[in-house]
Design a protein around this ligand. Structure first.
Ligand code: FE2
Ligand code: FE2
Length: 184
C-alpha cells in the first residue's frame, strides 16, 4: 500500500491519432474516456473514488451509445461487442464498490488494466463498428440510415468482423483475463 500514487506496474494511457476511428462522435467520447482515466491515474487518495465514479458513469453512457448504434444497424442484442461492454462495466462497478469500502488499490490496479484494455477494444471492436456504420451510411449523430438495404438479413452476433464467431479471436479481445484479477 505504500506509494499508491506510483504503483509498480501502472500503465497509463494518453490520446493519440492511433486511437482515432475517423468518426468524430465516437472519437469525442473516447477522448473524454482517456481524460477521465488520466484523472484517475493522477488522483490522490482523497479524490480517487469520486474520479472513478465519474469514469464509471461516463462509461455507462459511452457503452450504451455504442450498444444503441449496434441495435440500430443490425446487431443482435447479445453480440460479442455489447457483451464485452457488459462484462467490463460489471468489473468497473465492482471496483467502485471496493473503492467505496476503502480498497483504493483495487481502483488503481483496475485503472492500470483499463489503460491496456482500451486501445485494443477501440482498435478492434469499436473500429469495426465505425466501419460497419459507415458501410450502411448510418449517421450516429442523427440516427439516419442512408442505405437500409445494407442492413443484414440476419442479426449479427459477432463484431462485424472484429471477432465474427471465431472463438480464438474473441478470446484475444476479451477483457476478463486482464481486468478480473483486480477484483479477486
Ligand atoms: Fe468505445
Ligand atoms: Fe465499444
Amino acid at each position: 500500500m505504500s506509494g499508491p500514487l506510483t504503483p509498480p506496474h501502472a500503465h497509463t494511457l494518453t490520446w493519440s491519432d492511433a486511437l482515432s476511428l475517423q468518426m468524430p462522435v465516437m472519437d469525442r467520447t473516447h477522448v473524454e474516456f482517456v481524460d477521465l482515466l488520466a484523472a484517475v491515474d493522477r488522483s490522490d487518495d482523497t479524490a480517487l473514488v469520486a474520479r472513478w465514479a465519474a469514469l464509471v458513469a461516463h462509461t455507462v453512457e459511452h457503452f450504451g451509445q455504442e450498444d444503441a448504434w449496434m441495435a440500430a444497424t443490425g446487431f443482435a442484442p447479445e453480440n460479442c461487442h455489447a457483451t464485452q461492454h457488459e462484462v467490463v462495466l460489471q468489473v468497473l462497478r465492482e471496483g467502485l464498490k471496493a473503492g467505496e469500502a476503502g480498497q483504493l488499490a483495487v481502483i488503481r490496479q483496475m485503472a492500470s488494466e483499463l489503460a491496456l484494455w482500451f486501445p485494443n477494444h477501440a482498435q478492434t471492436m469499436d473500429a469495426s463498428l465505425a466501419l460497419h456504420m459507415k458501410s450502411m451510411g448510418y449517421d450516429p449523430e442523427t440516427g439516419r440510415l442512408a442505405h437500409p438495404e445494407q442492413l443484414p438479413a440476419q442479426a449479427i452476433s459477432g463484431c462485424g468482423g472484429a471477432c465474427s464467431s471465431d472463438a480464438s479471436t474473441e478470446a484475444d479481445t476479451a477483457p476478463q483475463a486482464d481486468i478480473s484479477p483486480a477484483v479477486a
